[in-house]
Design a protein around this ligand. Structure first.
Ligand code: ADP
Ligand code: MG
Length: 695
């Protein structure tokens, strides 16, 4: 019936029978149009053929169970409280146990509720699941659906108040969907066939009302593809735009670069040479370089940066080098300055707590062009910092900066060439998505005299043995670092622990040695003094909070002891470990496990088993999710409805290829077969391009 036909863009509130309460509840979730509603995807699907009956439970298996809450309540035991639920189905019962978050669970589960729970079956005075995932059903699953797949929606108080729960929401969606006349696809048949994805209407139907699991899988695949594809369209467009930004070409290799090259007391690795060539090729073109240099800790990125700086200065432009912490900026400054002085390139340091006079001097030098190279922190992107002719920006430890700051420094010049460096190997699926607009250079080789670091996990009881070993290493002229975690929530006690250890070790354990202490609360001069003594080997053992996490280079250090290792992520541990093994001497990393936390044993084992940063990054991604790599949540870069960076590797690669192909063939999406794609992008994904549209 034509009269009942509803368009995708129709506002929900005007649809007959919806009512103000519901439309208001939906609006609060950002659901305003019919299309929005269809894109309100189930959080999970319950496959009825995969529900396990309580009588068939086995210890150790991971199951989904549907049943009714017979009783529930809080139990107090020696070390705290727990909340338990007795869940019963037609064949038996199981206990559900929550140790923490008791309040929240307690408020949401009550006797008589139907739950679908998912988790690993354990045995403790009967079968139980600890901390199961769970969904509340309105009813016994048997009566919930005719198909075998039951959608479970993300529900909240607002929806419940508007009487929208799993079943009613599903009925509501069904009802509205039946009124829609057409759901157009934005892909052509040819495109769908090429990429093996189903039609949009089919997908939007099956995601809510799949008859079987195969249908559901095809729907999920298509909808995930969409999200990755449109995100990649944005990335490809960005890359395409950047590749066209005109700027000063820097074609000359002159005396500065030669002078520095001749100072090196080692041969560059072939990976370093290759990367320098890639950079030189980029900057000699009259378009902006936008390159990410990835190289594991200790692979020698700094010297690549130094040679790149010299190339730029050979072409009469200024260079800014930005580091995430003052300590690192200062250390870079020392290293850079040594080379720059030889080549007579005026170089300055700009960090936050420079005194006003010194700061003014640097600012003047940058503005009038007398200073060629400036090394600094966030202080470089402050308003009053002006350059005469900024031609190259290098950012070290890129992953520590937000996206915003990277842009800020680039904006200071007339489109300076841009080189980012990172020692955090980023899993491929992530770099496609988050650095897809950059060209990638990889140093996949360590200087050849390196011996792999040996990593050992120890319990605190064995520390005395470890200290004996440290004494031997120091007798042989080497140095040692002891790192303490420092996190905001427990900053005070963390700091206290580091201070206490310093006292204990210098008085009791190493009375004949110099034990230094460095932490974030110290003044810059104090930190400098300690660091310099350590560099000069006047301090044998340096105790530090994680301020040394990035970049520090004291090759004579051969022992790294990481305290409370269980509190660090793998990527961080790998970074810390990278502070040793930086010379031709054998090095050791000791991970002290003080407490057993969630999968800590597993994590520390991984550290013992490999030195490969990429493997470690992949494991970290699996264990902790993508947020660990760049604080993605914070930057709010992109929020997926159904896609998942962790598990969609194959789809991501396919979507990425498809998007880059389309953009290279039709950059503005003007061809007739691409118009619908463009429209959908501009409607829903324009924020990927920071608010601007394709076209
Ligand atoms: P990262 O990539 O972690 O920043 P660095 O640039 O700090 O590593 O280099 C680590 C150490 O290796 C430094 O002491 C540096 O001087 C040295 N180094 C760099 N390249 C080579 C090379 N080709 N041969 C020998 N040593 C090198
Ligand atoms: Mg470095």
């Amino acid at each position: 019936m034509a009269a009942a036909a509803v368009q995708l863009t129709a506002p929900i509130q005007f649809i007959k029978g919806v009512g103000p309460a519901r439309s208001k509840a939906l609006e609060q979730l950002g659901i305003e149009t019919v299309e929005d509603l269809l894109y309100y995807f189930p959080r999970r699907h319950l496959d009825r053929t995969l529900i396990t009956a309580c009588r068939d439970l086995n210890k150790g298996s991971t199951v989904t169970i549907v049943g009714e809450v017979k009783s529930c309540g809080i139990k107090t035991f020696k070390r705290g409280k727990l909340f338990q639920v007795l869940l019963e189905d037609a064949t038996g019962y199981i206990t559900l146990t929550w140790f923490n978050g008791v309040k929240y669970i307690q408020n949401s589960v009550k006797t008589g509720d139907y739950l679908a729970v998912h988790g690993k079956v354990e045995y403790y005075r009967g079968f139980q699941i600890v901390h199961p995932e769970f969904d509340k059903l309105e009813d016994d699953a048997e009566r919930l659906s005719t198909g075998s797949v039951i959608p479970l929606y993300p529900l909240n108080q607002t929806l419940r108040k508007a009487s929208l729960e799993h079943r009613s929401l599903r009925r509501f969606i069904r009802d509205i969907q039946s009124k829609i006349n057409i759901i157009d696809d934005f892909y052509s048949d040819k495109f769908r066939n090429t990429h093996g994805i189903i039609d949009r209407k089919e997908a939007l139907t099956a995601i809510h009302f799949a008859e079987d699991v195969d249908q559901l899988k095809a729907a999920i695949n298509r909808l995930k593809f969409d999200e990755h594809f449109f995100l990649q369209l944005g990335v490809a467009t960005k890359k395409n735009n950047i590749d066209k930004i005109g700027t000063n070409p820097l074609p000359k290799t002159g005396d500065y670069a030669k002078a520095i090259y001749s100072q090196l007391d080692f041969d560059l690795t072939s990976a370093q040479k290759k990367v320098i060539q890639e950079i030189a090729n980029d900057i000699k073109k009259p378009v902006m370089m936008n390159r990410l240099l990835q190289g594991d800790v200790g692979s020698g990125k700094t010297i690549v940066a130094i040679l790149t700086v010299a190339l730029a200065v050979d072409n009469a432009v200024q260079v800014a080098v930005m580091a995430p912490t003052e300590i690192l900026a200062e250390q870079h400054f020392l290293v850079f300055k040594k080379f720059m002085d030889e080549a007579q390139i005026p170089t300055a340091l700009l960090v936050g707590n420079l005194n006003a006079n010194d700061r003014q001097k640097v600012l003047r030098g940058l503005k009038n062009g007398k200073i060629k190279v400036v090394i600094g922190t966030h202080a470089l992107i402050q308003q009053d910092v002006e350059f005469q002719k900024l031609g190259l920006v290098i950012v070290d430890e890129q992953h520590r900066f937000g996206v915003l700051q990277r842009g800020d420094l680039v904006n200071k010049g007339q489109n300076p060439h841009f080189l980012a460096m990172t020692a955090t190997p980023i899993p491929r699926t992530l770099s496609i998505t988050y650095y897809g607009d950059m060209d990638l250079s990889i140093i996949d080789e360590l200087p050849k005299d390196r011996i792999p670091v040996t990593t050992t996990v120890v319990q605190p009881e064995r520390l005395n043995k470890v200290y004996d070993f440290v004494k031997e290493e120091i007798k042989a002229g080497r140095q040692c670092m002891i790192v303490y975690p420092l996190v905001e929530e427990s900053e005070k006690s963390d700091l206290a622990a580091a201070v206490e250890t310093h006292e204990y070790l210098s008085d009791k354990v190493f009375p004949d040695l110099q034990v230094g202490l460095m932490h974030g609360r110290m003044k810059r001069e104090e930190k400098d003094a300690v660091m310099n003594s350590f560099i000069k080997n006047e301090i044998n053992i340096l105790i530090a909070t994680t301020v040394i996490e990035v970049g520090i280079d004291v090759p004579n250090t051969t022992v790294m002891i990481i305290e409370h290792a269980e509190r660090f992520g793998l990527t961080q541990l790998h970074q810390l470990r990278g502070r040793v093994g930086r010379s031709d001497k054998k090095s050791y990393c000791i991970l002290v496990e003080r407490n057993i936390t969630e999968n800590s044993a597993q994590r520390l084992k991984i550290m013992e088993s490999t030195n490969d940063g990429f493997k470690i990054a992949d494991e970290d991604l699996k264990l902790r999710g993508p947020g660990v790599f760049f604080g993605i949540q914070q930057s709010g870069f992109f929020k997926f409805k159904i896609a998942d960076l962790l598990t969609d590797g194959k789809i991501i690669r396919a979507a990425c290829k498809a998007a880059f192909e389309i953009i290279s063939d039709d950059p503005k999406l003007e061809k007739p077969e691409n118009l619908a794609i463009k429209q959908h992008f501009n409607q829903h994904y324009h924020h990927v391009l920071k608010g601007s549209n394709i076209g």
